[in-house]
Design a protein around this ligand. Structure first.
Ligand SMILES: Cc1cc2nc3c(=O)[nH]c(=O)nc-3n(C[C@H](O)[C@H](O)[C@H](O)COP(=O)(O)OP(=O)(O)OC[C@H]3O[C@@H](n4cnc5c(N)ncnc54)[C@H](O)[C@@H]3O)c2cc1C
Length: 292
């Protein structure tokens, strides 16, 4: 994101809270370290976490545990309506059958950009306060080497400050961070380009991205030659929401609409934080509210 646009209170609420409680986030971090922890806080390790077999193992496990019959996947023409305190949700299933479900609760977890086609029963003016959330597009590049001979990728990787004026946002050392990501002795990197700082990267062709990556990566990581066995490019549209100055108004509108349409719960990364940990935390909160 663009640090000049992001609002600490919304984008980094933990830092904001430390500053509010202790006067500065550095003092706060130190003082908090000495504070007696609750039994729940003691369980928090702050270690980087991952899931064996990739993150899809987590959703697959939830899918199995909840019962596969609880899910209808691959639907189209999804159209919820709100009538007399209930949601009438019509859609076509993967066999092209028209189905309507009548529900007391409707929860959304998709991005803000998807809500104007999903929540059509809400007036445009109110909904636009939510759907106007800006998202950064990101290009992700995965590089794999069988015999890496550049700088030792020992650690997390690095985010590149804008003052260096590079075309990369950062490099993560995936094979150092996570086990079982490569064949034995292989080395894996993930690079990010684009974001709010370099939005034009998202419109570059794969060949243009390859040329930029080679130049930047070689100058940063110094391999003697650049011949990755794996070179994969993923374009992520609407990748990272930007919690800017309009966030407070957006969160208020979410509360207002949830009060107006009883049973409507608007989740997703338009509120509650953007990292995986925040998303999982919100998932649990939504589940509790859904059952309440
Ligand atoms: C390249 C990249 C790297 C990242 N790296 C990290 C990292 O290292 N650590 C970290 O903590 N976070 C990272 N993040 C952020 C993290 O991955 C996201 O915040 C998280 O996946 C968002 O989860 P979510 O469930 O809110 O949204 P998503 O995972 O985006 O899920 C939203 C779902 O809604 C569906 N959907 C969209 N429109 C509709 C519609 N109209 N109808 C029905 N369904 C719809 C989509 O198909 C999608 O499945 C990264 C994000 C990106 C893009």
């Amino acid at each position: 994101g663009d640090p000049a646009e992001l609002i600490t209170r919304y984008a980094l609420p933990k830092l904001y809270k430390l500053e509010q409680e202790y006067g500065s986030f550095i003092t706060g971090t130190i003082k908090k370290g000495f504070k007696k922890k609750t039994s729940d806080e003691l369980k928090v390790t702050r270690k980087v976490f991952s899931v064996k077999g990739g993150l899809s193992s987590l959703t697959e496990a939830l899918y199995k545990l909840s019962g596969k019959d609880s899910f209808i996947l691959g639907v189209s023409d999804l159209k919820p309506e709100y009538k007399e305190g209930k949601f009438h949700i019509s859609f076509s299933n993967s066999q092209n059958e028209n189905i309507t479900i009548i529900a007391n609760k409707l929860i959304t977890t998709s991005g803000a950009f998807s809500l104007d086609t999903l929540l059509t029963f809400i007036d445009n003016e109110s909904l636009s306060k939510i759907t106007n959330l800006k998202y950064a597009n990101v290009v992700e590049v995965i590089l794999g080497f069988k015999n890496w001979n550049g700088m030792n990728p020992d650690g997390f990787g690095g985010l590149i400050p804008s003052i260096e004026k590079r075309d990369l946002l950062g490099v993560l050392f995936m094979s150092s961070l996570f086990a079982n990501r490569t064949p034995e002795n292989g080395t894996l990197f993930t690079l990010f380009l684009g974001g709010m700082r370099k939005p034009e990267m998202y419109n570059k062709s794969e060949n243009e991205i390859k040329a930029i990556v080679e130049k930047e990566f070689v100058s940063l990581m110094k391999p003697s030659e650049f011949e990755p066995e794996l070179f994969k490019i993923n374009y992520h549209k609407n990748a990272i929401p930007q919690y800017g100055i309009d966030s407070g108004e957006r969160f208020d509108m979410v509360d207002k609409l949830e009060n107006q349409y009883k049973g409507l719960i608007i989740g997703g990364n338009l509120k509650g934080g953007i990292g995986m940990a925040d998303r999982i935390k919100q998932g649990k909160e939504l589940a509790v509210r859904a059952c309440g």
